[in-house]
Design a protein around this ligand. Structure first.
Ligand code: HEC
Length: 281
């Protein structure tokens, strides 16, 4: 980001300091979600909560029209088909993902990330997939490998299309993980000293270069995305990209820091429908 675009965003930050204090420490997850809904609703009275599943497109009818046209014949169907074959191909021991993932992997993605009491940490759907691989004697996939984990999750997540996000934050361990994710979301970092909230709360709806900035509610429901129609990107690789854009160093994908951030952000989308595999510019 250039100094000039940074300066353009800064006045917004000064005026709209509210949402940072809105998310006071140790409020419940549901209270945080309600406060943010109130904040966005006051800021964008004409945008319906359910439109936030479309991210920045909710603020930009022209881009939404382009999106709708691309989604009629998605250019990335071949990737999802590859993912389906990976999902259905048995492991060397003859078992499949559907044999070891809850509910055969159907209508479950909205339950993740989940706080796993036995493990004492947050697990993502990607962790569930890797645990299943390891339990069946296969090597885990790298979270950053779009050709394996990326393509496989493109199909796996599509099995939960239409499911309403239902992320639970209950008990002290879950609360601590949630607070850690929330802290990451609201902490300024990088040479440009921006927090996720600086852009996705205080500057949501503003233009940054050619793009509008999306609200945090709805952020987690539509992954992976296909940038430019063919470049697969997972949620956590997007997180890494956003850290990079403010010249901050991202924690590794699949690390507790990013898993907790995903946990926090996902709980903000509770009640919204999941829809994997969407076009992004
Ligand atoms: C300097 C501003 C800025 C900061 C800071 C920033 N982002 Fe972003 N982010 C953007 C822009 C611009 C986009 C692309 C337009 C959009 O979809 O919002 C984006 C996209 C995203 C998306 C994809 C939205 C979609 O629907 O495709 C997610 C998720 C996201 N950011 C999360 C984060 C998180 C989490 C952080 C903190 C680690 C963060 N961002 C920090 C500017 C920022």
């Amino acid at each position: 980001m250039t100094q000039k675009t940074r300066m353009k965003l800064l006045p917004g930050l000064a005026v709209l300091g509210v949402a940072l204090s809105a998310a006071t420490a140790f409020a419940t997850a549901e209270a945080d979600r309600q406060e943010l809904i109130q904040y966005y609703t006051a800021k964008f009275p004409n945008v319906k909560l359910e439109d936030y599943v479309d991210g920045a497109l909710a603020f930009d009818p022209d881009s939404k029209a382009e999106y709708d046209a691309v989604m009629e014949f998605p250019p990335f169907v071949a990737d999802i088909e590859t993912g389906r074959k990976m999902w259905e191909t048995p492991f060397k021991n003859g078992k499949t993902y559907a044999d070891c993932i809850p509910n055969g992997g159907r209508q479950i993605a909205g339950n993740y990330p989940m706080f796993d009491e036995a493990k004492g940490r947050v697990i993502t759907l990607e962790d569930v997939i890797n645990d299943c691989r390891v339990a069946n004697g296969e090597e885990p996939y790298k979270y950053t490998d779009m050709k394996t984990m990326g393509v496989l999750t493109a199909y796996a997540r599509s099995l939960s299309d239409g499911m309403l996000v239902n992320v639970k934050v209950e008990g002290p361990g879950a609360m601590a993980a949630y607070e850690d994710g929330k802290k990451t979301f609201f902490s300024r970092s990088g040479q440009l000293n921006f927090a996720c909230a600086s852009c996705h709360v205080q500057n949501s709806g503003s233009r940054l270069r050619s793009e509008r900035i999306s609200p945090a509610i709805g952020h987690t429901v539509h992954w992976p995305v296909f940038r430019g129609g063919d470049k697969l990107e997972t949620l956590q690789s997007r997180y890494a990209g956003c850290f990079k854009s403010v010249r901050a160093v991202s924690a590794p994908q699949g690390s507790p820091t990013l898993n907790n951030l995903e946990y926090f952000e996902s709980s903000l989308s509770n009640g919204l429908p999941m829809k994997a595999n969407v076009f992004r510019k």
